[in-house]
Ligand binder design. Structure first.
Ligand SMILES: Nc1nc2c(c(=O)[nH]1)N(C=O)[C@@H](CNc1ccc(C(=O)N[C@@H](CCC(=O)O)C(=O)O)cc1)CN2
Ligand SMILES: Nc1nc2c(ncn2[C@@H]2O[C@H](COP(=O)(O)OP(=O)(O)OP(=O)(O)O)[C@@H](O)[C@H]2O)c(=O)[nH]1
Ligand SMILES: [Mg+2]
Length: 449
């Protein structure tokens, strides 16, 4: 933190305006040298930026100064809102680099300083990263909520209940020898711990939803060669994404399209048609198709309405994909034959469509939209959104469970399990030693954030 950092915080140049952010101890000195003065804190002022050595005007900018600790990072912060030309931005950044103890910021470093100075907890930091990555309304909503502290507050609330339980147990120790204090305090604590275990278990159960919302549902198109998968992908995407030919074995690579279905994110994946193929390239394509199928939230099994026996419609689908993953049969090329009665028996859902028939494609899109709504419905309660959260939540549950059930063990040991449970929650919010986690969390940030 000894160094002052700077970076372009707005998007790619050229742009209408470019925001260059500076944070750290030298901020005031930088402003004096480059603007001629330190502007009033938290007031926008139009200022000429000058080369400190020659006095040459670099740009006319809007300048903001935030005096620490009332700033985004908690340090002195300046923002130079310059014109967004490549040369302007390049020149201002290079002048900033000439000041002593000033250097370009690393990815996420401003936010890292905000975390370090206690302006944000780790779940808020993650929420901010998610907000910048958000592509759909539901993702934006979840991220704004998490950035605003909803998830962190939930976990800190649970943690303070655990800390309170331990305090009760310790108080019970202190009074244990005195006759007039009833020995039931501990019993109460254990029933409270059991109740908390229940709450956290429910929350953990729903966490898959939060993660799916963050990363988008994976829907994988699979089927025999020539079934019409790529045509369907193009029809749903509304553009010509994948190559379509009458040759079986056209698609080899995995092709992804990101869709926004009623605000829910869904990635539709086109894959190579499955068959016992000879060529090396096609075989590799089929291997990748099956790997994507394994990770899918839903498989769309494409097959022509005509010509394929109805007794085993999914023949060709690897055994291991049949049971685990929801699967819809999509009868393609429905324009070529008259439709049989729709059969919607069992868990397998059937939809008929054709890339030549808008109605069928629309039906499929609305079925996918409903699937997304049902799978990742965004309720009122904040959801865990990362594997990291789930990991520590289950550590917390283990601690709680051990404490509750170990009634044959001395209370000190059971209290120690409560501490472990509380620490696991503290690792999620970043209140408990997290140095080892930070690099991973900040790795995905943009420079300037
Ligand atoms: N120009 C600009 N726009 C931006 C940001 C920014 O840093 N600069 N933000 C960031 O990337 C976001 C806004 N977030 C911010 C959060 C806190 C503070 C801040 O100065 N907080 C002080 C004062 C709060 C107050 O006056 O109410 C504090 O928390 O003490 C600034 C921006 C989005 N837009
Ligand atoms: N009439 C009609 N032809 C279709 C329809 N969908 C696809 N086709 C034709 O069927 C052939 C194969 O279509 P593709 O979309 O390439 O099939 P695919 O399943 O992606 O095939 P592979 O990539 O080889 O596995 C092409 O000639 C398409 O024009 C449809 O709805 N109606
Ligand atoms: Mg194809």
């Amino acid at each position: 933190m000894a160094e002052t950092i700077f970076a372009l915080s707005s998007g790619a140049v050229p742009s209408g305006v470019a925001v260059i952010r500076v944070s750290g101890r030298e901020t005031k000195m930088v402003l004096e040298k480059i603007c001629g003065r330190v502007p009033d804190a938290r007031k926008a002022s139009v200022t000429r930026l000058k080369d400190p050595a020659t006095g040459e005007v670099l740009d006319e900018a809007l300048v903001l100064f935030f005096e620490g600790p009332r700033s985004f990072t908690g340090e002195d912060v300046a923002e130079l809102h310059c014109h967004g030309g490549r040369a302007v931005v390049g020149k201002v950044l290079s002048e900033l680099g000439k000041f002593e103890n000033c250097r370009p910021a690393e990815a996420g470093e401003f936010t890292r300083r905000a975390f370090y100075h206690g302006r944000m907890d780790l779940t808020e930091v993650e929420g901010l990263a998610d907000l910048i990555a958000a592509e759909t309304e539901s993702q934006r909503k979840q991220a704004v909520r998490q950035m605003g502290g909803a998830l962190g507050e939930l976990y800190e609330g649970w943690r303070s209940r655990l800390i309170h339980m331990r305090a009760m147990i310790e108080a019970d120790f202190d009074f244990a020898d005195e006759e007039d204090v009833p020995g039931s305090v501990a019993d109460e604590v254990w029933s409270e711990a059991a109740a908390l275990h229940g709450e956290i278990a429910i929350h953990l159960d729903k966490s898959k939803s939060g993660e799916r919302l963050r990363s988008g549902l994976q829907v994988v198109l699979m089927g025999a060669p020539n079934a019409g998968k790529s045509s369907l992908l193009n029809a749903i995407a509304g553009r010509d994404v994948a190559i379509v030919t009458e040759e079986a074995g056209t698609t080899r690579d995995v092709i992804e399209v990101h869709l926004d279905l009623g605000g829910y994110p869904l990635t539709l994946v086109d894959t190579a048609g499955l068959r016992d193929a000879g060529g090396i390239v096609e075989r590799e394509g089929i291997r990748r198709a099956q790997a994507r199928g394994q990770e899918a939230d839903l498989i769309l099994w494409a097959m022509e309405l005509d010509g394929v026996p109805y007794d085993d419609p999914v023949s060709g689908l690897p055994e291991e994909l049949r049971e685990k993953i929801p699967l819809w049969i999509v009868r393609t090329k429905s324009d070529l034959v008259t439709l049989p009665e729709q059969d919607s028996s069992g868990t397998i859902k059937e939809i008929s469509c054709s890339d030549r028939n808008e109605e069928g494609v629309k039906m499929l899109i609305s079925a996918l939209t409903r699937f997304a709504e049902e799978t990742i419905s965004l309720g009122e309660a904040p959801l865990a959104t990362r594997e990291r959260h789930r990991h520590y939540l289950s550590n917390c549950l283990t601690g709680l469970k051990t404490a509750v059930h170990a009634n044959h063990l001395p209370t000190e040991l059971r209290a120690e399990d409560l501490r472990r449970a509380a620490d696991a929650l503290g690792r999620i919010t970043g209140r408990i030693d997290v140095d080892d986690l930070l690099d991973v969390i900040f790795r995905d940030f943009c420079i300037g954030k």
